[in-house]
Design a protein around this ligand. Structure first.
Ligand SMILES: CC(C)(COP(=O)(O)OP(=O)(O)OC[C@H]1O[C@@H](n2cnc3c(N)ncnc32)[C@H](O)[C@@H]1OP(=O)(O)O)[C@@H](O)C(=O)NCCC(=O)NCCS
Length: 197
């Protein structure tokens, strides 16, 4: 079941983060700030109490743009449609927030993620040369949310029935690396000051 992430999921999320992004994983503090930011919504894919995936979207109130911040599944749970389910839920959330478009960046060598994004209707709108460590380009993608049918995942998660999770942040200490002060998706390569999904 997909459910809203809380700060108590931080350890499990960080384990997946470090294994999924070995070269440029976010720090625990960055992830804590991400999870608890009032401008973000993070979810976990919970398999009988075990966190096997997570994803987050950022959407500021009244802003037309939103960003997929990150999405990752435990390797043992990939290829089962869980990534697509998470992505659709994140897009639902952005639309609910009032965003018109959602953006993300993906490594040029990440064919699996690209296939998912293209299949869901994202289109490539640009490239950032040598954006990631190792000189890998970022592909910038965008999807329009207008007219996009809701995925109906909310009803299966009970998300709508949980008012306490309605874009309300849990308290967390502010950090100099607070990504909530930046626009767009998160930097995984701080030197380049750029973002990743
Ligand atoms: C990218 C990721 C989130 C996709 O989640 P997933 O649960 O494995 O993907 P799904 O099972 O939902 O598959 C959705 C689509 O992704 C693509 N896909 C999935 N596995 C694939 C594979 N092994 N090869 C090629 N395409 C694949 C397909 O287009 C698939 O659609 P289809 O089943 O209709 O063909 C997951 O593989 C992952 O966690 N990767 C590591 C972290 C990462 O790269 N995150 C994205 C950063 S931008």
């Amino acid at each position: 079941m997909i459910r809203p992430a809380t700060i108590h999921d931080l350890g499990a999320i960080m384990a997946l983060e470090n294994s999924s992004f070995p070269d440029d994983a976010w720090s625990e503090q960055t992830m804590a700030t991400e999870i608890t930011s009032a401008h973000n919504r993070y979810f976990v894919d919970d398999e009988d109490g075990r966190v096997v995936g997570y994803g987050g979207v950022r959407a500021l109130p009244g802003a037309p743009d939103s960003d997929i911040q990150t999405i990752a599944l435990d390797p043992a749970f990939r290829g089962q449609g869980r990534g697509r389910r998470m992505l659709r839920l994140l897009l639902d959330q952005a639309r609910e927030r009032g965003a018109r478009d959602t953006f993300l960046e993906v490594r040029d060598d990440n064919e699996v993620a690209q296939a998912l994004y293209l299949a869901e209707g994202f289109v490539e709108i640009g490239r950032r040369p040598r954006y990631y460590k190792g000189g890998i380009d970022a592909i910038v993608m965008k999807i329009g949310l207008a007219g996009r049918a809701a995925s109906a995942i909310e009803s299966s998660t009970g998300w709508v029935a949980e008012p306490s999770t309605d874009w309300v942040a849990e308290p967390v200490e502010a950090s100099p690396e607070d990504p909530s002060t930046s626009s767009g998706t998160q930097p995984r390569t701080p030197l380049e000051g750029s973002m990743d999904a």
